[in-house]
Design a protein around this ligand. Structure first.
Ligand code: SF4
Ligand code: SF4
Length: 378
């Protein structure tokens, strides 16, 4: 029995409507990139949202992400190729075995979490699958590539009431060169392991005789960040990403949803809200001013710091790579040394010292200076 509520619950101000994945910025860009201007999908979407059309057409004329360095871009393309291959319905979902193996919810949770860690997760938690965190319609299909559910398909995950959220740490050395090409490698590496882990974990659960679906970079049907908060991995941050005690913002997520009854973990309260109120380093360092520096505002029934995704994504295309500065500069995104573990422990207690810690972070590290690219990258 879990009594603790996730910290965002205090910020709910109305009914949270399910988000349509077709409105996600990457899915909108797919309309130009994969479907094309003559496609019915493109025409239908931009007739309903004419104010967004020019932005996406202009973006498609910029350098493609990772395309600035022809000899190195295959390093990340090879990773995303695999993620796409294991994103098809056949890989993320399937029929459970006919014979069910029974466990107590406590035993099932232990087995599933340990298997997730064995398969490659760095952190894992189990919680309820709240239907408000499931997308309403399929949107990101890479242009309806073979094996994927078509763009616009209605999503119904009401048969699954449990979620297993997994976090995969990003390589901090690569991330510290943000906003350069190595950041893309750090993202691709974490996403590919997260996809591979989720697909195998879902298959493992199906072999036990229960329904299970993997959700990863190429095929999410859930909003991974709030689902991960419900599973106790961390909290919502000013930067809009999940902030974890162990890896700060430097973590990528995948999720498995299932009907296997499992004991849930408690959501955590590591005082991210009060720390982010005092800190603002990510907002100050963001080159596109995409992260709000002020108070939370109301979006779809929830008070939150809302990332301006258009500004952020447009900056990626100016630069030709992922950016990642916000992740790199966050005081919580640090190597797991004894000093930083102790700092995270103190930072997670609400109080005036959080302001001092944010100040000290600026005093010690100063403005973000991108680290030189590793020698194997041009
Ligand atoms: S990725 Fe870069 S541009 Fe986007 S919000 Fe973070 S710092 Fe800003
Ligand atoms: S940099 Fe500061 S304000 Fe931004 S997410 Fe990290 S702790 Fe919060």
């Amino acid at each position: 029995m879990i009594d603790k509520k996730p910290t965002y619950e205090g910020d709910i101000r109305g009914k949270i409507e399910r988000f349509d994945e077709r409105d996600m910025i990457f899915a909108r860009q797919d309309l130009v990139r994969y479907f094309g201007e003559d496609s019915p999908q493109f025409q239908r979407y931009f007739e309903a949202h004419p104010e967004l059309k020019e932005f996406h057409i202009n973006l498609s004329k910029k350098t493609p992400l990772g395309g600035i360095n022809l000899s190195d871009s295959p390093m990340f393309k090879a990773q995303f190729k695999i993620i796409d291959l294991i994103g098809s319905e056949e890989m993320v979902d399937g029929q459970p075995a006919l014979k069910r193996i029974s466990f107590s919810p406590k035993r099932a949770a232990l087995k599933v979490k340990e298997t997730a860690l064995l398969y490659g997760a760095d952190i894992v938690g189990i919680g309820p699958l709240k239907q408000e965190w499931t997308y309403s319609h399929v949107g990101a299909t890479g242009g309806d590539q073979a094996g994927y559910q078509p763009w616009g398909t209605l999503i119904d995950l009401s048969r699954h009431s449990h979620a297993v959220a997994m976090g995969f740490r990003m390589d901090l050395d690569l991330l510290s060169s943000a906003p350069s090409f190595p950041t893309m490698l750090a993202s691709a590496q974490a996403y590919s392991i997260s996809a591979w882990t989720a697909v195998r974990l879902a298959d493992y659960i199906r072999q036990l005789g229960y329904e299970a679906r993997a959700h990863h970079f190429s095929n999410y049907q859930v909003l991974a960040v709030p689902a991960a908060v419900d599973c106790g991995l961390g909290e919502l941050s000013r930067a809009g990403y999940l902030l974890t005690k162990k890896f700060g913002l430097g973590v990528r997520l995948s999720v498995v949803t299932t009907d296997l009854p499992m004991e849930h973990d408690e959501p955590v309260d590591i005082s991210v809200g009060s720390f982010c109120e005092q800190c603002m380093i990510c907002a100050d360092e963001c080159p596109s001013s995409a992260i709000p520096g002020g108070e939370k505002s109301l979006h779809d029934g929830l008070l939150k710091w809302k990332l301006d995704e258009k500004k952020c994504y447009a900056y990626w295309h100016v630069n030709g790579t992922d950016c990642g500065i916000c992740m790199a500069v966050c005081p919580w995104t640090k190597p797991s040394t004894p000093f930083h573990k102790m700092s995270a422990q103190i930072a997670s207690i609400k109080g005036p010292h959080q302001r001092f810690m944010a100040w000290a972070e600026r005093a010690v590290y100063g403005k973000h200076k991108p680290k030189r690219n590793p020698k194997f990258i041009e």
